[in-house]
Ligand binder design. Structure first.
Ligand SMILES: [Zn+2]
Length: 257
């Protein structure tokens, strides 16, 4: 049996403690500020420059999470406090920690414990805010599209990106998340196991601008530069604007043919 990652274990344990005595409809979004205060950590908002997101401050008896109250992306605050709680639970022996927007977006495959503490704190926050069993229950009976992801990000109080990554991790269906820039060029591709064999060329420029639709529709694989003969799926795509610079997020799912 593979050992559970310490960041996941710490988050699951903290969620269990938080859920004690609460009914299921009192759990979400998980109240990170409440959890922090229960651990004796003050949570303080200050309006600061764009890049600073939050820090964990540890000095003698004073413990605080200070976050940038000028940052207004939906779901960001709860995830940010969850991230700082991750540093507190996993890395407080390293002292104070200051985190940027890039640190909060450093979401990806699970690093070995201690090797990439920003990603580890994000893994912790994802597991604390979006527990796997509840997340999988929410996926049942709904198409995996951006309509669903938007609803889940408001259920959990998480950013769209963090919620999409959790979907990619936990869905039994093939899932790919594609980021497209304002020139309609693919700049990043995240695939789960179900789409492992599917080759999507990075830097590929779409022939036509992306249609916006949160509910998914069938799409021709060649639209994303995928050769039809190499695609054993019927592909569905949904898409949404992403925070700045005309970027878009595309969610691709597939049903075996
Ligand atoms: Zn951090």
């Amino acid at each position: 049996m593979t050992e559970i990652h310490p960041a996941k274990k710490a988050a699951i344990d903290l969620f269990k403690a938080f859920s004690l005595g609460r009914s299921s409809n009192e759990l979400y979004p998980v109240d990170c500020e409440f959890i922090a205060k229960n651990l004796g950590i003050e949570v303080i908002g200050e309006s600061m420059g764009d890049d600073f997101q939050a820090c964990l401050y540890l000095s003698g008896k004073v413990k605080a999470i200070i976050y940038n109250s000028a940052v207004s992306v939906a779901g960001r605050l709860n995830f940010t406090i969850g991230h700082e709680l991750g540093h507190y639970c996993l890395h407080r022996n390293l002292g104070d920690r200051q985190c940027t927007l890039d640190d909060l977006d450093n979401i990806g495959s699970t690093p070995p414990h201690g090797q990439d503490i920003e990603r580890e704190a994000n893994l912790f926050a994802a597991n604390l805010l979006m527990p796997a069993s509840d997340f999988r229950t929410q996926l049942m009976g709904s198409p995996a599209d951006l309509e669903l992801v938007t609803a889940l990000s408001s259920r959990y109080g998480t950013s769209l990106l963090a919620t999409l990554y959790r979907l990619k991790e936990l869905s039994a269906k093939p899932i790919t998340v594609i980021m497209v820039d304002k020139f309609d060029t693919i700049i990043s591709v995240w695939k789960n196991r179900g789409f492992e064999e599917l080759y999507i060329p990075k830097s590929y420029q779409l022939d036509e601008p992306l249609p916006y639709n949160r509910t998914h529709t069938v799409v021709n694989p060649e639209y994303f530069g995928i050769r039809q003969e190499n695609c054993p799926f019927v592909l569905y795509q949904s898409s949404i604007d992403y925070k700045f610079n005309g970027m878009k997020i595309v969610l691709l799912t597939g049903e075996p043919m």
